[in-house]
Every structure is written in structure tokens, then in C-alpha cells.
Design a protein around this ligand. Structure first.
Ligand SMILES: [Fe+2]
Ligand SMILES: [Fe+2]
Length: 283
């Protein structure tokens, strides 16, 4: 039997942003109709969870109302961002505690026929929080114990912007040191795919540097070309993953009828004005 998984991402839920909630509710109805076996939200589940608890509670309630089995990992708008990026809301102990208290664990392991699904909190990987070290131990153990199962890995930030060898401190991907640490573990495992969010652009990277990499589109909004460079496709929707017990994997982006193509650049009330012709820092 084929396991059908819907990867949704960047839902940015908040009672303060009905435009984003409307997209989520439309998507939720679509996913319910299609009776997915599992929904995985790859982060930025909330709009402002890095600032206060309200949006995390709101996002939790909306996901509980899905009526489907679901899992979530945090994004920078849920637990704060990589401290190296230098923003005002770094991932730290209180922010992580807030997620753990409201949403539960920030990483997961789920075994299904032929596959071991692993979700990680990429926002703490470049911090000195004890949970960061514990998560690397969890990853090692999860990979070592996978047996004949293939690995499906879910992250908020992609492993890199363009190439695993890049050395930039970047808003857009896992930072250099934790990237190489994760890669050293992943290279020794049977990884079927790495699926991420955060960029708000759909990009099927195919097999790149030995890993099948997929960037999910956002649900809540895209960022127009005036404010964010196009590196993929600025469409809204989700990724359908088909996981076969023999280890085969297929995926495709699905557009959902009725989703409104919100442009963050035209919505300064959400995250403030976006810098023109620069890399936006609000997704
Ligand atoms: Fe993000
Ligand atoms: Fe986002």
C-alpha cells in the first residue's frame, strides 16, 4: 500500500492575519477530502510564535481541527532564527521552551512501511543549547537504527542555498558547521529525500550532491520579485509525497484551488515593509 504524505509549509498562522488563515482553511479542506495518511508541516507554522505564545496556540488549534494525523517541526517564526544571522529574535531557551510546552517535541521519528521519517529543528542546530547536541545524538541514533528502511528527512531550512560547500552565513539555509555535521551522518545512511520549507518557493532540486532535495512552496504567502530573488517558483500549495514500501518515492507540487497568492511585499502590516531589491528577511 502506498503511504500518502502531504508536506505543508510556512502556514504563518495567526488570528491577526485572516489572509493566511483563509489559505490554511482552504488547504485543510482539500487535504481532508483527499484523506492523506499524514500531514507534515515543515515550519513557520505560526506568524509570530517567536514573539509570544498566542500564535502557537492558534496554529495548534487549527492543526488539531484538521482531522488528520499530523506532525510539525518549528521554523524561525516559531522558535527564533539562527543567532549567526543577527536578527532580533534568536533561537534561545525561552523560545524553544514555549514551542515544547505548546506544540510538543521539536523533532520527530515516524516509521511507516519501508521508510523512517525524521523531522529536525534546524533553528537550534547552530546554537549552544543542550537540545542541539541532543538532537544530533537523536539523528545519529535514528539513522543507525533504521535497518533496511529508507530515510525521509524533513527540515525547515534547506541544507544549503546552492551548494553544500558554500561558506556564507545565510538567512536561507542551515549554517555551514551544522550542515557538514548533518551531512557526515546522512552520507552513511540510505536517504531517500530531504524536504524543506522556509524559502517560500517551490523548487525540485532533483538529485543534487548525492541527495534528493525538494523545497516546498509556502501556504500563506509568496514574496514578489521586487523584494525577493526568484530561485524557484513562487507558487503556493503543498508537496504530495508518495512513499512505497519497497523504498520508491515520488513527489509533486500540488496547487490548491482557492488559495490566494498573497504577496508579502504588498502586506506591510504583516512583517513590516520589505526591503526593495534585497533579500527579504521575513519568511
Ligand atoms: Fe522560515
Ligand atoms: Fe516562512
Amino acid at each position: 500500500m502506498t503511504f500518502r504524505l502531504a508536506q505543508i509549509s510556512d502556514t504563518h498562522l495567526s488570528a491577526a492575519h485572516p489572509e493566511f488563515v483563509a489559505n490554511f482553511d482552504r488547504l485543510a479542506a482539500h487535504l481532508r477530502e483527499r484523506k492523506f495518511d499524514l500531514v507534515v508541516n515543515t515550519g513557520d507554522i505560526s506568524a509570530h510564535g517567536e514573539l509570544a505564545a498566542d500564535d502557537l496556540h492558534f496554529a495548534l488549534a487549527r492543526h488539531q481541527a484538521l482531522g488528520l494525523d499530523w506532525l510539525a517541526i518549528p521554523g524561525n517564526h516559531d522558535v527564533g532564527n539562527d543567532p549567526a544571522v543577527g536578527g532580533k529574535t534568536p533561537a534561545d531557551a525561552p523560545r524553544l521552551r514555549r514551542w515544547l510546552d505548546i506544540l510538543g517535541p521539536d523533532h520527530f521519528l515516524r516509521d511507516i512501511p519501508g521508510w523512517r521519517l525524521i523531522g529536525l529543528d534546524t533553528l537550534i542546530t547552530d546554537t549552544d543549547l543542550p537540545q542541539a547536541e541532543a538532537q544530533f545524538a537523536f539523528l545519529q541514533q535514528a539513522l543507525d537504527g533504521a535497518g533496511s528502511r529508507r530515510i525521509g528527512l524533513f527540515l525547515h531550512k534547506p541544507l544549503c542555498e546552492q551548494t553544500m560547500a558554500e561558506t556564507i552565513v545565510t538567512y536561507w539555509s542551515v549554517q555551514e558547521a551544522p550542515r557538514h555535521r548533518m551531512l557526515a551522518l546522512l552520507r552513511q545512511a540510505n536517504v531517500g529525500f530531504v524536504a524543506s520549507g522556509h524559502v517560500h518557493q517551490w523548487r525540485d532540486r532533483g538529485h543534487s550532491e548525492g541527495l534528493r532535495q525538494v523545497w516546498a512552496p509556502a501556504v500563506a504567502f509568496m514574496v514578489g520579485d521586487t523584494w525577493q530573488h526568484a530561485v524557484g517558483e513562487k507558487r503556493l500549495g503543498y508537496v504530495e509525497h508518495l512513499l512505497y514500501a519497497d523504498g520508491r518515492h515520488e513527489c509533486q507540487m500540488v496547487e490548491v484551488e482557492g488559495l490566494v497568492r498573497n504577496d508579502l511585499g504588498l502586506m506591510p502590516h504583516a512583517y513590516g515593509p520589505q526591503p526593495v531589491l534585497a533579500v527579504a528577511e521575513s519568511v
